[in-house]
Design a protein around this ligand. Sequence first.
Ligand code: ZN
Length: 307
Amino acid sequence: MNTLPSAITLCEVGLRDGLQNEKTILPTREKIELLRGLIDAGFKVIEVGSFMHPKAVPQMADTDEIYKAVGQVPGVELRALIPNLRGVQRAVDCGCKKVKLNVSASRQHNLKNLNMTPEESVAGFAQCVQAAGEHGIAISGSISMPFGSPWDGRIPLADVESIIEAYLNVGITEISLSDTSGMAVPNQVYQMCEHVAGKYPQVSWWLHFHNTRGLAIANIMAAMEAGMTQFDTSFGGLGGCPFVPNAAGNISTEDVLNMCEESGIETGVDCAKIMELSKRVRDLLNHDLDSYVLRAGRAKDLILSHQ
Ligand code: ZN
C-alpha cells in the first residue's frame, strides 16, 4: 500500500446534496442550527445550499436566507452550487463568497438536457468566472459522472481530460470529480486520480463519492493512495441524484470520520458531534439514514463501553 495522507479536508454536503433529495423541506431555522453545529464540530468547508431556481429545487429556496443569517465565519468556507450567472448575482446579494459550477461528463446526458457538449457548457461558464472575480467570490467547478454514467457507461479518460481543460481555459483551477452515479470502482479511481494529479498539478482536487454500490469508502481510500486529500461527505449518508435510478446518498460523514480516526488520519472534525447532528437529522426527516456508524457506533465507543 502506498502512503496515506496524515491529514485530509472534508466538505460536509448534507445541507445541499442531502436535503435537496428529501421530500420533507426543513424549516430555515433548523438548517441554520445544523450549519452552526457543523461549524462547531470543526468543518472548515461546508456546502450550504444552491442557487437553483426555487421552482426546480424548492428544498434549496432559502439558501440566500441562510447566508444572511450566518454571515461570514472566519476560517470556514461556506460554498453554494450555482447553475449560471444568476447564481453569482444571488451569491453577491446574500454575502456568499464561494460558488461551485457543475457539468456532466456524460455527453449523452449533457446533450439531452442542455443540447450542448460538456465542453460547450464549461465554456459558457466564462461569464460566471468573470462576474465572481469582480465581486471577490471564489469559484470552483465539478464534473459529475467522470467515472461512469448510466447513458455512456465508462467515460474515456480523454473525455474527462477535455472537460478539465475546458475548466482551466475559463480560469477555474479547483475541480471536483463527482461520482453521482455511484459507478466508480477503486482501481479506476486510483488510476484517474494519479493521472490527473500528475498531469494538472495546478488543480486543487475534490472527490465526491455516492455510496450506491457500497464502494464509496473504498474509493476514498484509493483516491488517498493516489495523493488526493479533499473529499465531500454527507451527514447520515444523506443524498441521491435525481437523474440516476436508485442512486444512494454520499458516503456518510461519520463513517469516513470513524475510518480516519482509526487510521490515524487527521480531519479536524469531531465524530461524536457529527453523530449527534446526524441523529437530529434522522429525527427531523423521520426516516433511517444510510450510515454504518450511526447504527453500530464508533469502533472506539464499543471498546470503552465494555471496560
Ligand atoms: Zn452528490
